[in-house]
Design a protein around this ligand. Sequence first.
Ligand SMILES: *Cc1c(COP(=O)(O)O)cnc(C)c1O
Length: 235
Amino acid sequence: MEETDVIRNRDAVLEEIADACRRSGRDPKEVTLIAVSKTKPEEMIRTLYAAGTRDFGENYVQELDGKIADLPDDIRWHMIGHLQRNKVRYVVGRTAMIHSVDSLRLAEEISKESVKKNVISRVLIEVNVAQEENKFGFRLDEVKPFLQQAGTLPGIRFCGLMTSAPYTTNPEDNREYFRALKKLEIDINRSGIDNIQMDVLSMGMTCDYTVAVEEGATCVRVGTAIFGARDYSNR
Ligand SMILES: *Cc1c(COP(=O)(O)O)cnc(C)c1O
């Protein structure tokens, strides 16, 4: 891919987001595009950075660790992949948001490490809305009970909800899942659990981000549409 392609691709995604906002009466400023750069070289990140992008998403702690060390300090890194408890220390204090809190034990570990480092970690609760077997995350009905247990942990702020909907060639297929996540957010905000107020909804990937925006996403996580297909053959 040519250097300028990633910029052109990003701009096309931003246009689509703006169109989806217009269709649904939203302000495009409410939506953050997270460029998902996992498996992609640092050069591509630098190119987008030079063209104004500051939010990047990564899945693998080791890769994230190296990129944080090499790339500019004002990048907002989003940890979007499954996080193991023994790797929490590499992520806390170095990322803008952890999108993938999927167990009480993980939340406790993030809390412990955050207190130790004297930081407040902004996190999202991962919800497996479609109840796919191969995916991490709470069921919809588990989220409120989880918050009742974890909501008061020190050093951790539950900012919102995240989901990865099933891969599809028709984004309309996933509208119901995005709607369900938005509904849960409203429900949580109304129930006043330990004064928890959420305002982040991280949903929508290359295959379905336009529909996610129509249904209220505030973060979309887009990789392939910006950087091209991923190659896992040498991992
Ligand atoms: C890889 C990944 C993305 C980006 O997926 P694309 O289909 O390439 O846009 C978004 N979210 C998560 C959690 C991912 O693992």
